[in-house]
Structure formats: structure tokens, C-alpha cells
Write a protein that binds this ligand. Structure first.
Ligand code: ASP
Ligand code: MG
Length: 471
């Protein structure tokens, strides 16, 4: 008997049709003799609505958060009424929805009185999205005769208290899953667990960061020793590039953990970047599949760097980044300037997406998300004020009109000339490359171009990926 963890994203629980597909998928997998763990996102759009209601509450907009409560209630109740016939299950679930939304309203009242939003309160409020959808999905499964039960991940996914971006505490999470989740599974119940949320040791709710329910799926797959993790989403799989940029994009039948990690980090929206981490050691395969095209096999993600002639498998891009350049002749041979710059960057709360240094050491540059750029510049100027005063550092520049383009493929490692091909492709297309970096894993090459060149750069590089991915 196999155990399969299935995570369903926002669109996959976003409508009665989607949830009906989910129910069929789970039903079939159970009939094939598998144990299924279901992990759900909030219904599509709900997390944004809830985040917005935190702001409305903090600014005293009572009408705003009350109207969100009534919209959420209608949407969940309408969906339930379509999927679940009149009777016990429906009545209980309607009541659960009401109770949860009453609690939500009370918390919003409290926030509006205090007039202040904190990350901690935001997590408590935003968690209602998954708490609502899990009850709804469990009810829809039960209505089709499947033994299912909703679980709040706050009961067993133990995290630190970095609200809005919490990290699991593995040992405690494992022991709580063993004692609270595994017995239900052994009894033949399909647990429907809230993705995205956890709780501190003392029970205060946390969230794992936007898009974090993929990560939740991987955590539950690993802790339950699942044979497979399936990420059910609204696209056919991991693609060679974003089809909105290049219509010729194709689904990749296979990518390695390492490749998908790079793809996710460098802008492919298909998986949360942390998803691979929990399943890596146990080598649990991940499949990315389409809830709306359930017969399609999707993409398999596994251990092997697939041996193929394809050197470049996929091309991604990240917009909304800023390029910071620190330059000055006094930096030559002076140790520690880069270190202090990155320290200043971290203390501004920004993480670095890419770094590149010119060999003359007269400047180096790095990229951060554009919303953090000004704070980073300010912090660098503060931390390196002495060098700036002596003009050893001449300038800290910020450029906003740039994007990062990344080509990913495990086949690159050890094959000479890949970088050459990438950059001659850019040259042939008259695209100016502003900065370059290669990951030491040799599984990706990233470079910076002007935002206005994004589409042309992606399409030109994508040609190289399409050469050897079967149509
Ligand atoms: N509902 C959360 C979000 O929208 C988590 C997720 O869907 O993965 O970010
Ligand atoms: Mg998602």
C-alpha cells in the first residue's frame, strides 16, 4: 500500500468544479489501494482578501472587513451547497464556516480598536483561508462516501516564531505528526490538512510565507514517509518557460530536484522554492499535475540529473528587481567591503538574488527585490560611511529597470561552451548583458538585462531549450 500526499493549490479548490475534480482524483487514488493525505490552499484569491482585510481593520475600515466576511461566507457556503447534499455533513460544515468567520470578525474588531497590524495578527487572520477551505474539501469528500476529516496544521506543524515566514522545527513536528496524524491515516481516514500554516510550540499560529502550501505538502509528505508528493495545480507541469512570454513553451516530462530548485528560486511560479528541501533526503518523488487535466502525467521531479542531450532545459526571468552597484578605486585589495555590504543588506531585511564582481575589484554588483532597494542603499551608506567619507568607495548606485534571466539545466555542468552559447545568442540578438553569474552547482547561469529586453532574451534562449525537448 502506498501513501501519497496530494497538495491542491488555490485554483484547484477555487470553485465547485475544481473541488469536484479533486474529489474524483482522491477517490480514484484510494480505490487503487493508496492512503491519501490531502493538503489544501485557501480558495483562489482568499489569501489576498484576508491580507487586505488586516489592513482595513488596522485603518478602522469596519465596513471593509465585515464585507470580506460576508463574501467569504457566501462563497464557501455556495460551493458547499453545490457539492454536498442537505443533511448532517452540510449542516455541520455551514456551522463551522460561520464559527470561523465569527472569530475572524472578532479579531478584526480587536485590530481596529488597537489601530495596529502586526505580523503575528496578520498570520492569525490569514490562516482562516486554509481553515475554511479544509472544512469545505473534507465535507465534499465525505459527501462522496470518502472517510475524510479536516485538520488544522497548527496542531502538528511546529515552527519558530518568525511570523509570515516561519521555519518548521522538525523533531517536534515529526513527533506530533506521528501521534496526531498517522493514527487517523492508519484508520483509513483521508486527512485534509491546512497548507501554509503552522504554530509555535505554545500554539500561536504562524504562516510559512506566500505560496507556502507547497512547502507544507512536502513537509507532510516527508514526515508521513509518503511514497510520492503530488502538487495538483492549474497547469500541466513544469514548463520550458513562461507560456505568456513564449507561446512555444512545453511541459518538461522530467526535472531533477536541483533543477526545479533553481527554477523556483529564479522566478518560475510553479513551486515554492522550499518545496524540494523536506523530500530531498528521503528521495520522495514529486509530481506536478493539472487538476483540470487529470489524465495528463505532468512533470516528474526526482533525484537524477536527467542524462540528456538537453543542456538548457528551461528559461526563467525575475522582474521587479534592482541592481545595486558599489564602486570605488579604494576597494582594490581591501578585504571585508563585500562582507560588510552584504551584512548591511541583510540587516535591511533584503535577500540577495544574484552577485557579480568585476575582476578589477573596482566594483561589484548584486540584485535585490525592488521594494527593498532603497533601504539597502541607505543601510550600505550607513555601514560604510567611513569608506565613503575617504572616497575609497565612490558610489552606491541603484538601477531599477533591469531583470534577471536564468537558464537552468543539470546538463550544463562539465559541458564546456554552454555559457559561450548563451552569451553569443544574446550578442546575435543585440541584447546587452549587464552582469553575469553562474551558480557553483553549474546547474544554472543567470544574467541581468534591461527590462525592455526581457522578452527577446527569453525567447532567444528558449530556442536553445526547445532544441531537445520533445514536442
Ligand atoms: N494561500 C496561501 C497563498 O496564497 C498559500 C498557498 O496558496 O500556497 O499564499
Ligand atoms: Mg501556489
Amino acid at each position: 500500500m502506498k501513501t501519497i500526499t496530494m497538495k491542491f493549490g488555490g485554483t484547484s479548490v477555487g470553485s465547485p468544479e475544481a473541488i469536484a475534480n479533486l474529489v474524483n482524483i482522491v477517490k480514484e487514488a484510494r480505490e487503487e489501494g493508496n492512503r491519501i493525505i490531502v493538503v489544501v490552499s485557501a480558495m483562489a484569491g482568499v489569501t489576498d482578501q484576508l491580507l487586505n482585510s488586516v489592513k482595513m481593520a488596522a485603518s478602522g475600515n469596519k465596513w471593509g472587513y465585515l464585507s470580506t466576511a460576508s463574501k467569504l461566507r457566501d462563497r464557501h457556503d455556495d460551493t458547499l451547497n453545490i457539492l454536498v447534499p442537505p443533511g448532517d455533513v452540510r449542516e455541520k460544515t455551514l456551522l463551522q464556516t460561520k464559527t470561523l468567520l465569527d472569530e475572524y470578525t472578532e479579531i478584526c474588531h480587536a485590530v481596529s480598536i488597537l489601530g495596529e497590524e502586526t505580523a503575528r495578527i496578520s498570520d492569525a487572520i490569514v490562516a482562516y483561508g486554509e481553515r475554511l477551505s479544509s472544512r469545505l474539501v473534507a465535507a465534499a469528500l465525505k459527501a462522496q462516501g470518502i472517510e475524510a476529516a479536516a485538520f488544522d496544521a497548527g496542531d502538528f506543524l511546529v515552527t519558530d516564531d518568525r511570523f509570515q515566514n516561519a521555519t518548521p522545527l522538525w523533531d517536534e513536528t515529526q513527533s506530533r505528526i506521528d501521534s496526531k496524524l498517522m493514527p487517523a491515516l492508519a484508520d483509513g481516514i483521508t486527512p485534509v490538512i491546512t497548507g501554509f500554516i503552522g504554530a509555535t510550540r505554545t500554539g500561536t499560529l504562524t504562516t510559512l510565507g506566500r505560496g507556502g502550501s507547497d512547502y507544507s505538502g512536502a513537509i507532510f509528505a516527508a514526515a508521513s514517509n509518503s511514497d510520492e508528493l503530488v502538487i495538483w495545480t492549474d497547469v500541466d507541469g513544469v514548463m520550458t518557460t513562461d507560456p505568456r512570454v513564449d507561446k512555444r513553451a512545453r511541459v518538461l516530462p522530467y526535472v531533477s530536484y536541483q533543477e526545479v530548485g533553481e527554477l523556483a528560486f529564479y522566478g518560475a511560479k510553479v513551486l515554492h522554492p522550499k518545496t524540494v528541501q523536506p523530500v530531498l533526503d528521503k528521495a520522495i518523488p514529486i509530481r506536478v499535475r493539472n487538476t483540470f487535466n487529470p489524465t495528463y502525467p505532468g512533470t516528474l521531479i526526482g533525484e537524477l540529473g536527467a542524462p540528456s542531450a538537453t543542456v538548457i532545459k528551461a528559461v526563467t526571468s525575475i522582474k521587479k528587481v534592482s541592481l545595486l552597484t558599489v564602486s570605488g578605486k579604494g576597494m582594490i585589495g581591501v578585504p571585508g567591503i563585500a562582507g560588510r555590504t552584504f551584512h548591511a543588506t541583510a540587516s535591511a531585511g533584503a535577500s540577495i538574488l544574484m552577485i557579480s564582481q568585476s575582476s578589477s575589484e573596482q566594483s561589484f554588483c548584486f540584485l535585490v527585490t525592488d521594494t527593498t532597494a532603497d533601504a539597502v542603499k541607505h543601510n550600505i551608506e550607513l555601514h560604510l560611511a567611513a569608506e565613503i567619507a575617504t572616497r575609497d568607495i565612490e558610489r552606491v548606485d541603484v538601477r531599477d529597470d533591469v531583470v534577471i534571466i536564468t537558464a537552468v539545466g543539470a546538463g550544463m555542468s562539465g559541458i564546456p561552451g554552454v555559457a559561450g552559447r548563451v552569451f553569443s545568442t544574446m550578442g546575435n540578438n543585440r541584447i546587452n548583458v549587464i552582469a553575469i553569474a553562474q551558480g557553483s552547482s553549474e546547474c544554472s547561469i543567470s544574467f541581468v538585462v534591461a527590462e525592455s529586453d526581457l522578452e527577446r532574451a527569453v525567447i532567444a534562449l528558449h530556442d536553445l531549450a526547445l532544441e531537445s525537448v520533445p514536442a
